[in-house]
Structures are given as C-alpha cells and as structure tokens.
Design a protein around this ligand. Structure first.
Ligand SMILES: [Zn+2]
Length: 366
C-alpha cells in the first residue's frame, strides 16, 4: 500500500512537470526579459569574452533572463539552450518602461546622436569611462563610430555591435559629415562578413622575417571594413580581436548574418621561398563569380604576381552556403614579398582592390 502511494506521488510530480513551461521560473526570479539595444550582440557559451561565440542577437530582440553574473547575463535561446551576453548592450524591462514614461527624451539615451571618426592608430574601447576599465575592443584609424553620450573626456560609442567608452580626444566629430553615400551605391545594405584568417593561439603562417599571418589578415580586414562601412554596407568581422575561432564558428557567423559575401582573408606560405603571388579560391560553382571579381580587382590594384582563380577545398568556403571565397593575398615565405605585404601602401591597395571587386560584383549581381 505504501509503495503504491509513493508511486502515485511520483506520477503526479512527473505529470505536473510536463505541464510547467520550462525556463519561466528562473526568468521570473531574475526579473523577466532583456531587449538587445545595439545592432548586433555576440552571444557566448559562458560569461567571459574568451568563451566561443554561439549566436548573434539583433537589435530589438527580447530574451528571457536565466541569471546574471557580474557584467554578464545568461539568456534563454531555446527550451534547452542558453547563452551569455554583456549586460550593457541590453535594456531591461524596467529601463524600457522608464524610457516610455519619459517620452522621447528617454528613448534618446539608446539612440545614436552623432557620428565620429577615429583619429588614433588604434583606440581602445572600454567597458567604463576610465583607463582602469576592461578593454572590450579596439578601433582602427578611420573607423566611423556612433556617439551616444559623453562623460568628461570620454565618449560612449557604438561600433559593429560593440558599445563602450573611448577617449574623446581621438574622435573627430566633424570629419564624418561627408561620409554619406548615395542610396544607389551597389554596396548599400549589402551584408558582408570579413573573416580575418587565424587568430589567438592559431597564428597561421609565420613569414620569413617573422610576420604573423593572423596579424596581417586582421590589419587588411579592418581596412576593408572601413571602406565597406563608409559605402553603406552592413559589415561584420568574424573576430574583433586577436582571438581563436574555429572554422565552423566562422562559417556560422556568415550564415547567421545571411552574408551576401563572405570573404576569408589569408596570406600564403610555401617551402619554396621563391614562390610569390596571390590566389583567389572558390569551392562551389556559385562562388566563382565573386572569387573572379575580387581576384581581378586586387590584381589591378597591387603589383603581385597572379596565380589564378582556383578551386580550393577549404572548410570556410566548402561548408558555407553563403557566397564565400578565400583570398590568399601573397606569400609571407618569400622575403621580398613579405616586406611588400607588410607595407601600408600594399595593405591599402589590397583593401581598395577587394572593395572595388565587391562594388563591381554587386553592380552586376544585385
Ligand atoms: Zn591562412
């Protein structure tokens, strides 16, 4: 009799659990939901920038809060999946209500009021307006940022899904005025994901004089980023710092953004130090036109030897359902070419070439 009773109780508990909406209890305890307050926010598998990227949240999306830990919020992505994002990129329910209550003035706090251009070689973005605060990202010279607010000599800026504080001294607010492009520009509203090859513990190849491929791909990526951004494209990088990212994560970022073009940047290496030149790779037939357009344009802009547009069995283009190409922008294993590739003029020419190749491609393929 006793046995039957306890069995019955277990059954009742199981039935009740089946009807309970999952995840609601925790969210209710920690204050409900949050809304994404910037264009794009990286969602990671843990509460730190070193955790792998698992998803990207877009402006206006709301998520149930599971818990908070320091500056990080764990949110529910699906019934069985959660992820972490930094809490200063989201708005809580109470903040939203406050904004509505104070009318337009309230909502202005999350709206960009102005643009500015970075005038320093690299500018740290910090979590708080203080040099003691954590660096959450870096801006390259010439990057255009949105300015949200000011605190003494610090500006709160937004850039490519990042939001944080920079030293106001290195932001030129007037230079951004003539950055506007006509609505007819072929890159306007095109989504382009730039993948700076390698990063973090994966250094890529090391040049004859020690240049690290991961550093050079990152440099080229930012130069290209700025040009595309100024033309009105939606541009994203697969990594915004010297961090490790698996090949499948890179592909996933391209798919998440529904990239119209995914460009993986690399520098080449060979055991034969005489080998030089650039190569453009595609895997699927639908990627060949873009690979060709970028190849011709870069070739027209730089003086590198041409090694052709080729079929290449690389993960980031093979496993990619987007229009993805992989460009090898010269050989670091060739000592003369290594020094050319490192020069600012080559970097600029390569970025302009890639930019021109994209413009020409999207002129033909809207
Ligand atoms: Zn590489």
């Amino acid at each position: 009799m006793k046995k039957t009773n306890s069995l019955l109780i277990i059954c009742i508990i199981l039935i009740c659990q089946a009807f309970l909406p999952q995840g609601k209890t925790l969210a209710a305890n920690t204050g409900g939901s949050v809304m994404i307050a910037t264009d794009a926010v990286n969602i990671r598998s843990g509460p730190d920038l070193t955790y792998p990227l698992i998803a990207i949240a877009k402006r206006g999306e709301t998520y149930q809060v599971v818990q908070e830990q320091g500056d990080w919020v764990e949110v529910r992505l699906s019934v069985s999946k959660t992820g972490w994002l930094v809490n200063w990129l989201v708005t809580t329910e109470s903040e939203k209500t406050q904004a509505t209550a104070t009318g337009s003035q309230g909502s202005q706090t999350s709206q960009a009021t102005d643009n500015g251009i970075v005038t320093a070689d690299t500018l740290n973005i910090r979590m708080e307006p203080s040099t003691a605060s954590t660096v959450v990202g870096k801006l390259a010279m010439g990057s255009m940022v949105r300015i949200y607010s000011r605190q003494k000599n610090w500006l709160e800026v937004g850039f490519a899904g990042l939001r944080g504080w920079v030293n106001a001294e290195f932001i030129n607010r007037s230079a951004s005025l003539d950055m506007k492009t006509s609505p007819a520009h072929p890159l306007k509203n095109k989504t382009i994901v730039i993948d700076p090859g390698h990063g973090g513990r994966d250094k890529g190849t090391t040049g004859a004089s020690g240049t690290l491929e991961k550093d050079l791909t990152y440099r080229t990526a930012w130069l290209l980023y700025d040009k595309l951004n100024s033309a009105g494209a939606n541009v994203y990088l697969t990594r915004y710092s010297d961090s490790y990212l698996s090949l499948s994560e890179r592909v996933r970022i391209g798919q998440t953004y529904h990239a119209d073009a995914f460009i993986s940047l690399h520098y080449d290496s060979s055991l034969d130090p005489n080998i030089q030149g650039m190569t453009s790779y595609y895997y699927h037939a639908y990627q060949k036109a873009l690979a060709t357009s970028l190849y011709n344009a870069v070739r027209g802009k730089t003086k590198l030897l041409s090694r052709g547009v080729r079929f290449g069995d690389f993960h980031v283009i093979r496993e990619n359902s987007q229009n993805a190409v992989l460009i090898e922008l010269g050989y670091l294993s060739n000592p003369e070419e290594e020094s050319v590739l490192n020069s600012s003029s080559y970097q600029e020419d390569a970025a302009v070439g890639l930019y021109n190749g994209l413009v020409r491609y999207f002129k033909k393929n809207h």
